[in-house]
Write a protein that binds this ligand. Structure first.
Ligand SMILES: NC(=O)c1ccc[n+]([C@@H]2O[C@H](COP(=O)([O-])OP(=O)(O)OC[C@H]3O[C@@H](n4cnc5c(N)ncnc54)[C@H](O)[C@@H]3O)[C@@H](O)[C@H]2O)c1
Ligand SMILES: [Zn+2]
Length: 375
């Protein structure tokens, strides 16, 4: 097995931590379990996962941990977004308190963004904060949700409205875990990989044009490089703006449009988050181009790249679904990122040169939405 590993440091003073990236970190002989053991020490630990990931990966991960003298009690939640509830948090809190934790005890999150967000939120509140370690098992979680310390749950009022900023002490991104991930989930995560290129790194976009096929097929070197580049980009942004007062908003490229599409489709399997973000990024660049900020050629390049890898570039046609520009605009106006009544957009001057603005005329957005719906 390819044993190469890379480390990205997130610099946040006394809350700094490493993201270790490589194939097989948690397989026999990998360095992941020993690294986790250094954080958990000899006390009790808990491993939160979901039923799908548990079936595929829990047993080997537990034995790797046991070999490093980490004794972790599993908490297995149902798979899927519907688990992101206060009830799941209460279940984790109850199990952990039953085991008499100390401040130095740790929760390990083994799973996608859903597991990471819930487990991190639970860790933030037990004894006002116990140790938290992320072992992300989706591409999206390895390049995005496991890094940066946003944790939380959904309520009847909306997604991610309750949560905490709570940094992990370590992230182990074992890209070997992605071998079992369905292709559609890989592609959805890949859309967020492209996001980092589009928002700030034109050279990375050039690289992705040459290497996307290997990244998506799970080639160990290509995946490690892609995950490292994304984590390094996110680490810089989070290091500058941990609590999303400014620069971190760049990470929302494609998300203002994407969330409107997800609101319309109900956050289900009709449109995965990454797919919505892919369409949203094309729309953000279309809008940038329509406003004369960005060359039409850049928009074409992005469309071509997404189409080539199999990501959507326009609104999907689903029987019974009627897209309406005014409804979508309405969803955008109710996004939680609206500031003083102004919709916030991430636009771009070119591939790799994105910026945040609240100064976009809703009429221009409406025109773009109408054009997209008609396409
Ligand atoms: N905290 C943040 O900064 C942040 C950022 C982006 C997204 N998020 C959150 O992340 C969530 C989405 O994350 P996600 O896309 O990872 O979803 P997810 O955790 O639901 O995982 C997607 C699906 O893949 C399955 N799965 C996970 N790992 C697998 C593996 N190795 N093999 C096979 N199947 C596997 C899961 O069981 C699930 O069914 C959302 O709730 C979103 O709000 C958080
Ligand atoms: Zn996203």
């Amino acid at each position: 097995m390819n044993r190469a590993e890379d480390t990205v440091r997130v610099e946040l003073g006394d809350r700094s931590y490493d993201i270790v990236i490589g194939a097989g970190l948690l397989a026999p002989g990998g360095s992941g379990a020993a690294r986790i053991g250094k954080i958990t020490g000899s006390g009790p630990a808990w491993i939160v996962t979901d039923a799908t990931v548990a079936d595929l990966h829990l047993r080997p991960v537990l034995s790797a941990l046991a070999a490093a003298d980490v004794d972790a009690t599993p908490v297995i939640l149902p798979a899927g977004e519907s688990s992101k509830t206060m009830a799941s948090v209460e279940r984790i809190v109850g199990t952990v308190l039953d085991g008499v934790p100390e401040r130095s005890s740790s929760i390990i999150a083994l799973g996608g963004g859903v597991v990471g967000d819930i487990a991190g939120f639970a860790a933030s509140m037990i004894l006002r904060g116990i140790g938290f370690i992320q072992v992300p098992s989706t591409l999206l979680a390895q390049i995005d949700s496991s890094v940066g310390g946003k944790t939380g749950i959904n309520t009847a009022h909306g997604k991610n409205l309750v949560g905490a900023f709570y940094q992990p002490r370590l992230v182990i991104a074992d890209t070997g875990l992605l071998d079992s991930l369905p292709r559609r989930e890989i592609l959805a995560g890949y859309a967020e990989v492209v996001k980092y290129a589009l928002l700030g790194d034109r050279g990375f976009f050039d690289w992705l044009e040459d290497n996307a096929v290997d990244v998506i097929a799970g080639d160990a070197d290509a995946l490690r490089q892609a995950v490292r580049t994304c984590c390094a980009a996110k680490a810089v942004i989070v290091g500058r703006d941990e609590r999303e007062a400014g620069a971190r908003a760049l990470l929302n490229l494609g998300h203002t449009f994407g969330h409107a599409l997800e609101t319309e489709t109900g956050y289900g399997s009709e449109l995965l988050h990454g797919e919505a973000v892919a369409i949203g990024m094309v729309m953000a660049f279309e809008l940038s181009s329509a406003l004369g900020l960005c060359a039409a050629g850049d928009v074409e390049r992005i469309r071509r790249h997404f189409a080539r890898v199999g990501l959507p570039v326009g609104l999907p046609s689903v029987p019974g679904r009627v897209w309406d520009p005014d409804t979508l605009l309405d969803h955008m106006r109710h996004d939680k990122k609206v500031r003083d009544g102004h919709m916030v957009f991430v636009l771009a001057r070119a591939i790799g040169e994105a910026f945040v603005t609240a100064d976009v005329d809703p009429a221009d957005v409406r025109t773009l939405l109408a054009r997209t719906v008609a396409a």
